[in-house]
Structure formats: structure tokens, C-alpha cells
Design a protein around this ligand. Structure first.
Ligand code: ATR
Length: 272
């Protein structure tokens, strides 16, 4: 039987994962089927176990189930433990392995696809939610000069920084950023999903070479618009992150790393 994979979320109708994994399978010659499942809020674990019982080999997990996916894993990775969330599961007999590839996917997109290595750079990360939790370990491992995290709810950012306890990670406040300058500014808040701008002072973009918006397919969000007005040369949304995290999962499941560039090109919606 052909190996089965699926993405589970709610709602799931807009997911690009079956398209991405279908392209990966075709270009790397892997025999697999990849579907989409609308998960139930009452019985997420049941949905996963049913898929597994029907021969499922692995799943991608999207909102709102990443936390529950982590909780039902028998072997979460360190990244998943820190994020307290899983975006990929692998089933091996009774074992349920969990991973979180969101942060590493974001890092690969910035460093490899966009050509901006973090090493030695001053990096500003907006937000302290699930997306930031996933990004912190890979970002710190990339050796920035400093990684500054800001969040409206300052206690949340402070708590997260304390959990990590890394000398290169510092928490600031939005108002305190007036005098600070960064090389890379990354919006990992959910503000853009509702058309809002995080209260970031325009000056943080003064010497920035890249402004990155995690939301995908929203065009020039208020964050990217501000960065553009401030003259930031490179603007990006989360399409590359989406494809790179999928490639990490594909490689984890299949032992083969697919080519991502053609898939990113196919999914890119111009920023305008
Ligand atoms: P995700 O998993 O996408 O990170 P989340 O865990 O709900 O989602 O976190 C959302 C993040 O976006 C939080 O850091 C939130 O800030 P607060 O913790 O202060 O609420 C941030 N956020 C949402 N809307 C925002 C806005 N309009 N301006 C600034 N930050 C915002």
C-alpha cells in the first residue's frame, strides 16, 4: 500500500500542504499520498489514532492542534518540547515522534533562500507566541550578535526568555526600541492576520536589510509597508518558511531532501 500522510487542522480548506508535498513526492520520486483532514475539536487524539490505524505514517499539524499534537507524542524532540507544540508527527509502531520544524524552516528561508545569515547580526523578533517559541532555539544556534524579543504582554516575553536562559537573548519593550537599530526585523506576531501593525517604532528599520513577515499571502501587510517606507531593501513573507518547514518534515519522514526553490516560486504571491 502507498504510504499515507496528511495535514490536520481546523479549518483546513486553505492548506497548501498537499500541494507542496505532492510536488516534493513527484520531483524526488517518492511513492506517497498526502491528504488533508479537518480535525474535530472534541476528539483530536481520535482523529490522529484513526489515521494511524489506517496506515498513516506521518502528519503535519496546523492550528489549532499543535499543542495537542505535542501532548499526545510519546517522543517529542527538544525543539518540540521548547515550543510546547508539534507541527509534524511520525508514527513508528507504538511510538509517536513529534517535531517542530517551523523555526528551522524560517531560519533556512532567511539564511539560504534570502541570503541573510544571522551570524553576527542584530535581530529583532516581534511577538512571544507559538511562532516565536519555535524560532528561538534555531535562531540562537545561528549565532546572532544579539536576539531581541519584544511583545505587548511583556511578562510573557520575560517568562519565555527566562525559560531559555541564553546570553544572546534579551527582552525589550516596544517603546524602548526608539533608539535601537537592527539588521533583521521579523514579525512573528499574529497582528497581520487582522490587518494590524505591532507598535514598533519606524526607526528600528533604519539600517535593516531584511523585514520578514511570517504571515503568508497577505500581500504588503502594515508591517511590510512600514519597512518599505523606511527603505528596507528586502521584504519577505512566510511562503519560503512554509515550504522549508514542509521540506524538513519530508526529509524526516522519507530520508530524502526535496528541492524547495521551484515550489517556493510556484507558491509566491508578489508583495504589492
Ligand atoms: P502564534 O502561534 O501565531 O505565535 P499566538 O501564540 O496566539 O500565535 O501569539 C500571537 C502573538 O502575536 C503574541 O505574541 C501576541 O502578543 P500578546 O502576547 O501581547 O498578545 C502578538 N500579537 C497579536 N496581535 C498583535 C498586535 N496587534 N500587535 C502586537 N502584537 C500582537
Amino acid at each position: 500500500m502507498t504510504d499515507q500522510y496528511a495535514v490536520i487542522g481546523r479549518p483546513i480548506n486553505h492548506t497548501k500542504s498537499p500541494l507542496i508535498h505532492g510536488l516534493f513526492a513527484a520531483t524526488s520520486g517518492q511513492d506517497l499520498e498526502y491528504g488533508a483532514i479537518e480535525g474535530s475539536l472534541e476528539d483530536f487524539a481520535g482523529d490522529v489514532h484513526r489515521f494511524c490505524a489506517q496506515g498513516g505514517r506521518g502528519m503535519n499539524i496546523t492550528a489549532p492542534f499543535k499543542l495537542q499534537a505535542f501532548q499526545l507524542a510519546t517522543e517529542p524532540s527538544e525543539r518540540a518540547r521548547l515550543a510546547k507544540a508539534a507541527n509534524a508527527l511520525k508514527f513508528e509502531g507504538e511510538r509517536v515522534l513529534a517535531e517542530n520544524f517551523d523555526g528551522i524552516g524560517l531560519l533556512r528561508d532567511i539564511e539560504v533562500n534570502l541570503g541573510q545569515p544571522l551570524a553576527g547580526k542584530r535581530v529583532l523578533l516581534l511577538g512571544a507566541g507559538g511562532a516565536v517559541r519555535g524560532a528561538l532555539l534555531p535562531f540562537l544556534a545561528a549565532g546572532p550578535a544579539e536576539l531581541v524579543m519584544v511583545n505587548r504582554d511583556e511578562q510573557k516575553a520575560a517568562g519565555l526568555a527566562q525559560e531559555i536562559g541564553h546570553p544572546l537573548l534579551r527582552v525589550s519593550r516596544y517603546e524602548a526600541l526608539e533608539e535601537e537599530r537592527f539588521d533583521l526585523v521579523i514579525n512573528a506576531t499574529s497582528a497581520s492576520l487582522v490587518g494590524e501593525l505591532p507598535p514598533v517604532p519606524a526607526g528600528v528599520f533604519d539600517r535593516a536589510v531584511l523585514a520578514y513577515e511570517l504571515a503568508y499571502g497577505k500581500g504588503l501587510t502594515p508591517f511590510l509597508r512600514l519597512a518599505k517606507e523606511q527603505g528596507v531593501a528586502q521584504l519577505a513573507d512566510g511562503v519560503g518558511m512554509l515550504v522549508e518547514q514542509a521540506a524538513e518534515a519530508f526529509a524526516w519522514w522519507r530520508g530524502v531532501r526535496p528541492e524547495t526553490r521551484p515550489v517556493i516560486d510556484q507558491l509566491t504571491i508578489p508583495l504589492q
